[in-house]
Ligand binder design. Structure first.
Ligand code: SF4
Length: 420
């Protein structure tokens, strides 16, 4: 039946989410010669340091250029200070090949134009370093939009795919190297030869894009990037996302259909891996089947996760919240959700807390700020941000993904057993 024509509850109230600076935690590991310079406040510096454990690195690949009170008061030339900091950084770190200037709430408040700054600084460097600006501001955004903004800012830098080079597949969204390797092998098995991943591991290896590019999104939160790629002529496929055996098969199927892979070949390549994934899931079904789960709107991957947990592990969806519901990219997911699933879009924290407490789910997926209070009330929780920096896509990760949800339930049942 599905939920593709369901009107979700629309919430427009107080929010409790990380801001778009958080994806720096995984993006700096992904693009291995890039540096992320947040132009922000001490709060931004604190967030990024504690989120990424920067202290353990001798040469970290992100930092914060602090906007001081005198900058905010307009008593200093913030552009001149930024130029000075960037010049010093690039002199000290000649290994940096790509520099991201990441905007924040304070840089937006003082209207510091980082796009202009990026152009100016790149010229000053004689093009030696690619400098790109994007916003990670927490004003009206949720944290995964930081990755979307980063990738969208990179799209204009992508070289053109030469005419006549043949069709190529572009997988968009940062994935762990291990996942990329597995997917590469599956695409090769299907006979899809020209496959590139975006973002790349090295800044001098940007994938070309053009009218012969077929884009497969690895995450549902990349709407701006998808639009920018379409403007370069690429065709963006819509498919369920590669979570679990079913999601991965349908995601691969979208690419296989676009590239005309025969059904028998598709079956021969995917069936053994899908069977392995299904077997891995069997281990966790006894713990998860029939358990009630409530998703707070946080990461934008809630709907694909809910589909996976309901269809492949028999969990009961109490409420599935998402910060933004992109109907076009999520249509195939919505069609697979159990009929009548309660969906909510946006956040009104107090109302959602009330609904959640009234529903008493077994497991709540939420941001870090809500997890401890729920745990103290006896409700098991899963931090949604953990699902972003753990490899969870593809057949070989299906069992690991299920385990991420089974573990808090198991821990809670042990605590109950141990309670006096
Ligand atoms: Fe806070 Fe905004 Fe800085 Fe994020 S960008 S840490 S929300 S001030």
């Amino acid at each position: 039946m599905g939920c593709d024509d369901v009107v979700p509850l629309r919430e427009r109230g107080q929010r409790e989410v990380f801001c778009g600076l958080a994806p720096i935690v995984w993006l700096h590991r992904k693009i291995q010669d890039a540096f992320f310079l947040v132009v922000g406040s001490r709060t931004c510096a604190h967030l990024i340091q504690s989120a990424a454990g920067v202290m353990i690195f001798a040469e970290p690949r992100f930092a914060t250029a602090i906007i001081e009170d005198r900058d905010l008061a307009g008593r200093a030339d913030a552009n001149a200070e930024l130029d000075r900091i960037v010049t010093r950084l690039l002199e000290r770190r000649p290994d940096i090949r790509m520099l991201f200037l990441v905007g924040s709430c304070p840089s937006e408040v003082i209207k510091l134009d980082l796009d202009l700054a990026a152009d100016r600084l790149m010229r000053a460097q004689g093009g030696r370093v690619r400098i790109v600006a994007y916003s990670g501001s927490g004003l009206d955004t949720t944290f995964t939009q930081g990755e979307d903004a980063c990738l969208a800012a990179l799209v204009p830098q992508l070289p053109a795919l030469p005419a006549g080079a043949g069709r190529s597949l572009l997988v968009v969204g940062s994935l762990a190297e291990v996942v990329e390797g597995q997917l590469e092998r599956l695409f090769a098995g299907l006979g899809i030869e020209r496959v590139r991943f975006f973002p790349p591991r090295r800044s001098d290896d940007l994938p070309p894009v053009g009218p012969d590019s077929v884009v497969l999104l690895a995450h549902p939160f990349l709407a701006t990037t998808a639009r920018a790629l379409e403007q370069k002529g690429a065709t963006v496929l819509t498919a369920p996302f590669p979570f679990g055996a079913e999601g991965t098969t349908l995601w691969l199927q979208a690419a296989a259909t676009a590239f005309g892979v025969p059904a028998e070949r598709f079956e021969a390549v995917t069936a053994p891996a899908a069977a392995r994934a299904a077997k891995a899931l069997d281990r966790f079904r006894p713990e998860l089947e029939g358990k009630r789960i409530f998703f707070f709107p946080d990461s934008q991957i809630e709907i694909p996760l809910a589909r996976f947990l309901a269809r492949e592990l028999g969990m009961e969806l109490v409420e599935v919240g998402t910060p933004y519901l992109h109907r076009q990219h999520l249509a195939p997911e919505l069609a697979l959700l159990p009929d009548g699933t309660r969906l909510s879009e946006g956040q009104d924290l107090e109302r959602q807390l009330d609904r959640c407490r009234a529903d008493r789910p077994d497991l709540v997926v939420c941001g870090l700020g809500l997890a401890n209070p729920f745990e103290s009330e006896g409700i098991a929780t899963k931090w949604s941000i953990e699902l972003l920096f753990t490899p969870i896509q593809g057949y070989d990760q299906a069992g690991d993904l299920a385990e991420l949800f089974a573990r808090p339930l198991l821990r809670r049942s042990r605590l109950v057993e141990l309670a006096p």
